[in-house]
Design a protein around this ligand. Structure first.
Ligand SMILES: [Zn+2]
Length: 289
């Protein structure tokens, strides 16, 4: 049985084909090139597989896309109907990331794993005993929309001061660009560039990453206080800058977590961009009898 898993992120779709427990083929395509489900169907027809798992950044219930701020053309589509010929499983992309890390990555052997994806937006997942916890209506763990600033900046979801409005890549780069321009410098255009500036020793960039760690620490401390997980795994493109924000993140966590909680490790992903692919594979993989 060949399993295709596609991880549909804000900017890129990462995909992989698994056969007998191995990732045998993989690729990356631009999200814009498959910006509506019909275009995506065209892409699928060029691949050979038996089962299909789609990890999607947005709120998906019973296969219907309810809300997808980064992929507005997908809203309202019934993915199970459109991809019906392929026996599709649709799952939130952050849930797949967390499941992948919990089974095969940094959370291996742990019972209670919380995942946070720091990409264009901010997603989250919770896996207990190898099972994804989705909440009563299947839409839980939207930790990117926990308010961390009551009068904070507006968020794509319609609310204000969400964690995503501080930690999501698009918001962070925007904030950085304003600061650079105010200091008479040319604005960074991406997270990657902001990371490069910091590594080159540009103090504005270094301070922005320290501030990033502080906001992330505020969010993570609340998650630790609520869930008391064994481990928290950070994924998404921003996790590559872990060393630039780690110290400030831990400092803020110590300041805000309740005293009896032990030191919860908050670590970067082990599987990187493959984590969600492995999570998707695990969902449908044949189990040993
Ligand atoms: Zn929000």
């Amino acid at each position: 049985m060949r399993v295709l898993v596609a991880d549909f992120g804000g900017l890129r779709v990462k995909w992989g084909i698994f056969e007998r427990g191995k990732l045998v083929r993989r690729g990356i395509i631009d999200s814009v090139s498959v910006r509506d489900p019909e275009k995506f169907l065209g892409f699928l027809r060029g691949l050979e597989f038996d089962r299909f798992v789609l990890g999607f950044a947005g709120l998906v219930k019973d296969g219907v896309v309810l809300h997808a701020p980064n992929h507005p053309r997908w809203e309202g589509y019934d993915l199970k109907r459109i991809f019906g010929e392929y026996d599709v499983v649709v799952e939130n992309d952050a849930n797949l990331f967390t499941l992948g890390e919990a089974i095969y990555g940094a959370g291996r052997g742990k019972k209670f794993v919380l995942g946070i994806t720091l990409g264009t937006g901010v997603g989250g997942g919770l896996v207990i005993d190898g099972q994804i916890i989705r909440g009563a209506g299947g839409l839980g763990m939207e930790i990117g929309h926990i308010t961390i600033g009551i009068d904070g900046p507006p968020c794509n979801c319609g609310s204000y001061g969400c964690a995503e409005a501080y930690l999501g890549g698009i918001y962070f780069v925007e904030r950085a660009a304003r600061l650079f321009v105010r200091h008479g410098k040319s604005a960074p255009k991406s997270m990657r560039q902001l990371e490069e500036f910091a590594r080159m020793g540009v103090s504005l960039a270094r301070n922005l990453w320290r501030e990033y760690g502080k906001y992330l620490g505020v969010l993570v401390a609340s998650l630790i206080n609520v869930f008391d997980p064994e481990i928290i795994v950070l994924g998404g493109g921003i996790a590559a800058a872990y060393d630039l924000f780690k110290d400030d993140m831990y400092e803020e966590i110590k300041r805000r977590r309740v005293a009896y909680v032990l030191d919860t490790p908050v670590v970067p992903s082990e599987l990187g961009t493959d984590a969600a692919l492995w999570g998707g594979y695990h969902l449908v993989a044949p189990r040993p009898q």
